[in-house]
Design a protein. Structure first.
Lengths: 395, 239
């Protein structure tokens, strides 16, 4: 049996080392906590017309009642900052960036509509400008609503009702356990983000650890000590696991904050993730952290130096995460058959736990397959650590 | 060591080395680069398994009793392999702790060694800030932390300045006086002559000569260990 004393001493030594390494602290603590709030916050700010309104110029050559009503409706629309001019260099204003959108109301616009005819307004904007697209869309909506009002009034005068124009309606009723848009987004984002942060947390530590010890040639002194190598492995593995869990936890906090406080997902009062599912999510994250840390250790042990470890880590990182990204595109009833695929099983199970569709058989298959995977990877890591060819090779 | 052999990819790096090193002496293992000195040290510290043959350290077999062997030895590898972000005290606390020492005994041992190696005033500095000589002294303190009966020192003064070299040599002499057995590998014949009671000269993985400096001088009819060494290696290479 491995001795707890050595494991504790190795873990303590590694923790002191990590806490003095700014690179690991930034990667393991700062990035996961801040990346998603910053990312979602920035996206939310710039994509929201209220916080980032579109400057609009209305060139009104008409001056009649209808154009005045339209102008008033546009001025009171949130997300638009409206200016007015009787004439302007329309293309120049848009290309110069003074205005995102220019709306041109032609002369005799109101009289044409008042006499029962039709008239066009023209919207100018740069389609490469995302905010201009939003502004143009808002203006189209307001113009459509004003137009609809005029049409309704005309039809009423002719005795035509709304039912005459739209005899068949469409009603949609969502079937399933997803209660809110936020939960749905969380179910697709959480598993990926959690596993991403789980891997990220231990990444630099793992890259730097055995491969770094080889590069700094400290393994020779370490392995000349009496305890078996499995005890050193366990001490280091424990730290990688702890780092992964801390990173996952901070990433989770950051993601929850992004989804709730920043109103991503439509905003609702109900919690995005039910508190009852947290123990299951925690358990799955623990297993994922153990597996990913073990994978990292195998790579780090096999590599000759830090550079080589990084070269191995990057493609494996991608390979591990391809199935995770695929999860978002799999319908829930097809998930169980993929549950036995290592790592992917974790994301599927976590997603199903969040939306409340996880079954006992899916959980058993997923956990059994992933535990087997974990066992194989740990066994491989220990074998590599005991191989003199692998341990003593360095550049 | 009896018929100790180590091959990499079927190429012998150490070839049938048989050697009996008595206790309480400084024994030199000399040879040019690639002679197999470091490989022998690594086999004696159980880092490498012999391809054939056997070795016993402090009475324990390196193959069947590796843990007892590792408990009996203090190793100073060619590269110190210290952790740059730990202080000297933390370094010795870690290695001493893993060797099974703890509490006041460990603290007293650390203080004694740091004072002996003149590192006590810098004990709270990170090792990354140490000079090469200071690192070598700390690595030697690390090897001595558990007071082992056998010391394996691989090129202990390689690349050191004069003062650090002198200090390390003095410590090695003192350690031998305490009754420890020191196996020292070196390229430096002056150092070997100064420190070692007996030496073995290796070339291409095999023993070319063994004995006291006087015996080797008489054997090769040369004056000084350097001459003996040069004559032996030249005759091997046919020069």
């Amino acid at each position: 049996m491995p001795r707890a004393r050595t494991i504790k001493l190795v873990a303590k030594k590694e923790l002191i080392d990590i806490l003095r390494d700014r690179r690991t602290i930034i990667t393991a603590l700062v990035v996961p906590l801040l990346s998603f709030p910053l990312m979602f916050g920035a996206v939310g700010f710039f994509a929201n017309p209220t916080s980032n309104p579109s400057p609009v110029l209305i060139v009104n050559s008409d001056g009649g009642n209808v154009s005045s009503s339209l102008q008033q409706a546009l001025t009171s629309t949130p997300g638009l900052v409206v200016s007015e001019a009787s004439s302007a260099n329309v293309t120049g204003e848009v290309q110069g960036g003074t205005y995102d959108v220019v709306l041109v109301i032609p002369a005799a616009f109101s009289s044409a509509i008042a006499s029962g005819g039709s008239a066009n307004v023209t919207i100018y904007f740069d389609p490469n400008n995302g905010r201009a697209q939003t502004g143009a869309s808002l203006i189209s909506g307001v113009v459509g609503a004003v137009s609809q009002g005029i049409a309704s009034s005309r039809l009423q005068q002719k005795g035509v009702t709304a039912a005459d124009l739209s005899p068949i309606g469409v009603a949609t009723t969502p079937i399933g356990k997803v209660q809110s848009a936020g939960t749905s987004i969380a179910a697709s984002l959480f598993p990926t983000f959690l596993l991403y942060f789980t891997f990220l947390g231990g990444f630099y530590f793992m890259v730097d650890d055995i491969a770094g010890e080889k590069e700094r040639r400290s393994l020779e002194a370490l392995f000349s000590l009496p305890p078996p190598r499995s005890e050193f492995f366990l001490g280091k593995y424990l730290v990688a696991f702890a780092l992964s869990m801390i990173t996952a936890g901070l990433g989770l906090i950051g993601t929850v904050f992004s989804l709730s406080e920043l109103n991503i997902g439509g905003g609702q009062s109900a919690p995005i993730i039910s508190l009852g599912t947290l123990p299951a999510i925690f358990g799955i994250t623990v297993l994922a952290a153990l597996s990913l840390s073990a994978v990292g250790f195998c790579i780090s042990t096999f590599a000759k130096n830090i550079r080589e470890a990084q070269q191995y880590m990057s493609p494996i990182f991608l390979v591990l995460f391809i199935p995770i990204y695929v999860t978002a595109f799999l319908p829930p009833n097809e998930l169980a058959q993929y549950a036995t695929i290592p790592v992917l099983g974790y994301t599927l199970l976590m997603r199903d736990v969040i939306i409340g569709t996880a079954t006992v058989s899916e959980a058993v298959f997923s956990l059994a397959a992933n535990l087997l995977f974990l066992g194989v990877v740990v066994w491989l890591g220990l074998r590599l650590l005991n191989s003199e060819k692998v341990v003593l090779r360095s550049s | 060591m009896t018929g100790l052999t180590k091959s990499f990819n079927d190429k012998p790096v150490v070839d049938g080395v048989s050697l009996d090193i008595p206790g309480g002496v400084v024994y030199g293992l000399l040879g040019p680069n690639g002679a197999g000195k470091t490989t022998i040290v690594r086999m004696l510290s159980t880092l490498l398994k012999p391809t054939s043959g056997t070795a016993r350290v402090n009475g324990f077999d390196v193959m069947s009793d590796p843990i007892k062997v590792r408990k009996s030895i203090g190793v100073l590898p060619e590269d110190t392999g210290l952790y740059d972000r730990l202080t000297a005290t933390e370094t010795l606390e870690f290695y001493g702790g893993v060797q099974g020492l703890s509490g006041d005994f460990l603290q007293e041992r650390i203080e004694g060694l740091l004072k002996m190696f003149e590192l006590f005033d810098r004990r709270h500095d990170r090792v990354g800030k140490y000079s090469r000589g200071m690192r070598q002294k700390l690595a030697l303190a690390r090897a001595l932390i558990h007071d082992p009966p056998v010391l394996l020192l691989d090129e202990p003064t390689l690349g050191l300045d004069v003062m650090s070299t002198r200090a390390i040599r003095d410590y090695v002499k003192n350690v031998a006086k305490e009754g420890k057995t020191v196996l020292l590998t070196s390229n430096n014949m002056y150092e070997a002559q100064l420190l070692c009671s007996s030496v073995t000269i290796l070339n291409k993985g095999a023993i070319r000569a063994s004995g006291t400096v006087e015996e080797l001088e008489a054997m090769s009819k040369a004056k000084g260990l350097e001459e003996v060494f040069v004559n032996l290696v030249r005759s091997e290479s046919g020069a």
